[in-house]
Design a protein around this ligand. Sequence first.
Ligand SMILES: [Fe+2]
Ligand SMILES: [Fe+2]
Ligand SMILES: [Fe+2]
Length: 404
Amino acid sequence: MKINPTKTINQIVPLISYVADLQSNRGIYHGWRTAIFAARLAEICNPVEIKSIFYAALLLDIGGIGLAYHITHYLIRNDRVSQDALLSHPIIGAQIVSNIPGLSNCAKIILDHHEWCNGRGYPRAKNSNDITPGAQVTRISDTLDIALRRRRCLGLAGLKSKLSKTVNREYSEKLLQQAFEILRGGNFFKKMIDRGSIPTLFKEAHAAVGSIRIPARIDAIGGALRVIAEITDMKHPYTYGHSLRVSRYAMSIALAMKLEHDQVTKIKWAGLIHDIGKISVSRKILDKPNKLTGSEYRKVQEHVKISGIMKLAPSLQEIAPIAAGHHEYFDGSGYPMGTAGMDIPLGARIITICDAYDAMTSNRPYRGGICPKEVCQKIQKLAGSQFDPEIVKFALPVFRSLEL
Ligand SMILES: [Fe+2]
Ligand SMILES: [Fe+2]
Ligand SMILES: [Fe+2]
């Protein structure tokens, strides 16, 4: 299996940004539009850092995944918990991104993306000389996108008067002027406020900025996919560590089945990203202690389709269908396609069993974890209906060895 790490990571980062925005109250394309604008601005005022600025802008609020409500910009008075979570999202985001090979410079920008030039920003209240160059570019780009979202019909003049209110507080006057020079050019502003134009604008900006170079190191792709697992599992406490465990169990079963090395790697990677779609499901639904309503259940089911979005990264085309098939049942009664038997990819049939094992042994809002011995008995009973009976033969000894 020849997968180029540089290409893969450059394809994955925009998808992570896209999926992260599916869960927020900001609507889609927040990361993409912030990155488009940040790249244009960086071209003028900080061309040396343009790549780091562009990729950091895509992942600015990645540390906010898992907040009950995706509050990432404005403090809510009298709500200490929300404030603490909000104030720490740049720190958490920087830590997450520093684990993606090649993105360590982006981590510094993310850490400082809420620092203000007047020294009253967060999390460190840095003064303007200490703020990472590039973070001011993402600061104004972020503010610009939010302003356009809150008042959709804001014209260029209205936008300028809105952004002028925080000049010399959040960002410098010079930066504001440069931002408006760009917005006035051609029909750029018109395109920026038209949601339909964003994918094309983004594609053009991504191509112009180019790829982040990934240092030669072992398992760069695995490193990036582990980050996806981490942000997926941050979504709520009940799933903490779930994606990593499913990936490990699936790899152990694939090894026990003596599958080819490439096949084992694909299954391990698919396990890491199988639930990325859960990011788009609200915490209210995921944490609900009672039975879900029909529409809530359908929303949960949609997570597999969103996990399938990863196939838009050409490098992950063989991995995404394995990830997206983890709720298909051997007898055809699963979702989303109702595929049966050998028509379900082998890797997906393995991950389905691991997913069920981990879900049953873990605590849930509506019940405590079931003991592993009992879970193995349940899995045995479901061999042939929910699970591929041949794989169950390999899976049970793996799970029993975990008990030991
Ligand atoms: Fe933020
Ligand atoms: Fe799932
Ligand atoms: Fe899962």
